[in-house]
Design a protein around this ligand. Structure first.
Ligand SMILES: [Zn+2]
Ligand SMILES: [Zn+2]
Length: 297
């Protein structure tokens, strides 16, 4: 094979281990099942960087079962279970390709299939090691108007499940801020609600602050074009701020584009501390306490 079509030979290589945090924190949102290597390796590497706890997030039934099993096996892994907002319409419409298979004859699962899948999420949400219901919410970026109804129905059901089991609600909100906030208000948000990969601006951060919603910042807070996220982080109450990787996605600068993993949390924490104008240890102390508070562990 030719060496590398895109140029740099280490473009896909894992970034180096950052200097460890002195105060350990949690990665509040990760997908270990989408990362390379074993769970043991990922956890050991994370711990060596001062990231001693992770919340493993499921996006479909298989991933949610895996999250629950993994959290049962490791004391420092907590699970969140859900059907991702892009998964719900696939279950209803039977369209795994999100549009490309439109001409292909398919068996739509319909509302009954969604109900069945939600019943399984409900069962998983009852488990002790499952601390969150999510990621759920709305995604108008990946899912078109034809998927809106299924997405909203699924979101409302997840809110109800989270409340009934007293678990944290983990929100995925992509280009759907107003509708996510409206539906949360209509349903009544659970006591603990986390906006994962917070993507709103400073004005929305003030709305979240008033509602007591946690805002979890991912590696994209370091991106050059993400001043709106830094403005939001600057005004968010410190006690509502979390940090996450959403790994393998959203690798922080200067490693943008390379594979992300929980051990890279310190890179984002340091960038966040600079935005807040506080020292790393103070921020890390708050992040650790806030994540435990949000997920109730
Ligand atoms: Zn998400
Ligand atoms: Zn995610």
């Amino acid at each position: 094979m030719p060496s590398n079509a895109s140029g740099s030979p280490d473009k896909n290589a894992a970034p180096p281990l950052p200097e460890p945090l002195r105060v350990p924190v949690a990665d509040s949102h990760t997908h270990l099942d989408m990362q390379s290597g074993t769970v043991e390796e990922a956890l050991a590497k994370a711990a060596s960087a001062g990231v001693t706890t992770v919340v493993q997030v499921g996006c479909d039934l298989r991933g949610s079962r895996w999250a629950a099993e993994t959290a049962a096996a490791y004391g420092n892994v907590h699970a969140a279970v859900a059907l991702h907002p892009n998964e719900a319409p696939r279950i209803v419409h039977g369209d795994p390709g999100g549009g490309s298979s439109r001409q292909v004859a398919r068996e739509p699962g319909g509302d009954a299939a969604l109900d069945e899948a939600l019943a399984e999420i409900d069962r998983l949400a009852a488990l002790d090691q499952v601390k969150g219901v999510g990621e759920t919410g709305l995604d108008y970026f990946r899912t078109g108007p034809e998927g809106k109804e299924a997405q909203e129905r699924s979101f409302r059901a997840h809110i109800e499940i989270a409340k009934r089991h007293g678990k944290a609600l983990v929100i995925h909100d992509r280009e759907a801020h107003a509708d996510v906030l409206r539906i949360l208000k209509e349903e009544g948000a659970p006591e603990r609600t986390v906006f994962h990969c917070y993507s709103g601006d400073a004005e929305m951060a003030e709305i979240c602050a008033r509602a007591g919603y946690f805002m979890s910042f991912a590696g994209n807070v370091t991106f050059k074009n993400a001043q709106n996220l830094r403005d939001a982080l600057a005004v968010a109450p410190l006690e509502l701020v979390l940090v996450e990787t959403d790994a393998p996605f959203l690798t922080p600068v200067p490693y943008r584009g390379r594979p992300n993993a929980p051990y890279l949390v310190p890179v984002t924490v340091r960038a966040m501390a600079a935005v807040r104008g506080i020292d790393e240890d103070t921020l890390a102390t708050a992040l650790a306490a806030n994540t435990a508070q949000a997920f109730g562990y």
